[in-house]
Design a protein around this ligand. Structure first.
Ligand code: FPP
Length: 242
């Protein structure tokens, strides 16, 4: 496959509709979605993608019924416990990004544990976005910047640069996504990586997340390979570079 993106991100959507279509509880859709997480992770590792990030729980998802929230959190804890060996065997490094202060201690402990155990793995980096929103991320970075200035002798009239803000985002050190996939036919960014997606290519598919398999992932990569990324330049300028 040509032009493999370095970082692919996925907004996993449609679990509820998948379940409703089968007369099941919404949680059954999330459970089925874990199998798609496994398939996507395998596909990313097999195809030399450096970073795979998954939007698993947004800041706005805290407004869902309590039973669904606790079910989802349980599912995350179980997935971390059950997938540990597979992650280790496949040299995958696990990272979580988001507002950890809102998660349960049990989940935070499991996350810290798996992040530490996989920290030296040099293969695919799997990043789970939990309790995350793009606006939260930017506001958080600005607050960290103000805090930093308070503790330093640098004067307040130093201009803020993109680089200094980027280093304070929760994704610092992670390259911006090259490709963002959203399943289930919805075509919006839903307060996901707002800063980081400035030049990301978007791919939307009607496939519901629990049905998303390796062939669907491959289709997205094939579409990406045909795109011309211009970053504001003209097509001629880009062709001269390539
Ligand atoms: C969106 O579907 C999906 C979510 C909010 C949760 C995604 C979580 C998982 C797949 C669970 C496992 C994750 C990991 C990383 C182990 P929706 O509920 O919004 O679906 P709908 O739009 O059809 O209602």
């Amino acid at each position: 496959m040509s032009k493999i993106p370095k970082h692919v991100s996925i907004i996993m959507d449609g679990n509820g509709r998948w379940a409703r279509g089968r007369g099941l509880e919404r949680l059954a859709g999330h459970k089925a979605g874990v199998e798609s997480v496994r398939a996507a992770t395998e596909f990313a590792a097999e195809n030399g993608i450096g970073y795979l990030s998954l939007f698993a729980f947004s800041e706005e998802n805290w407004n869902r019924p309590q039973s669904e929230i606790s079910g989802l959190m349980e599912l995350m804890i179980d997935a971390i416990i059950n997938e540990r060996t597979t992650l280790m065997d496949n040299n995958v490094r696990f990272r979580a990004v988001g507002d950890m202060s809102r998660l349960s201690k049990t989940l935070v402990d499991k996350i810290s544990d798996i992040e530490a155990s996989t920290s030296l793995n040099g293969g695919l980096v799997l990043i789970i976005f939990l309790s995350y929103s793009g606006r939260w991320d930017i506001i958080n970075a600005v607050n960290k910047y103000i805090e930093k200035l308070r503790g330093s002798v640098a004067s307040m009239d130093q201009p803020v640069t993109a680089e200094c803000l980027e280093n304070l985002l929760s994704t610092a050190g992670i390259p911006d996504p090259d490709l963002l996939i959203r399943t289930s036919g919805e075509q919006r960014i839903s307060n996901y990586m707002l800063w980081q997606c400035a030049y990301t290519e978007f791919y939307f598919t009607d496939v519901l997340w629990p049905d998303f398999r390796k062939n669907d992932f491959k289709r997205a990569l094939d579409t990406y390979a045909d795109r011309e990324r211009r970053y504001g330049k003209t097509g001629d300028q880009i062709n001269k570079i390539n």
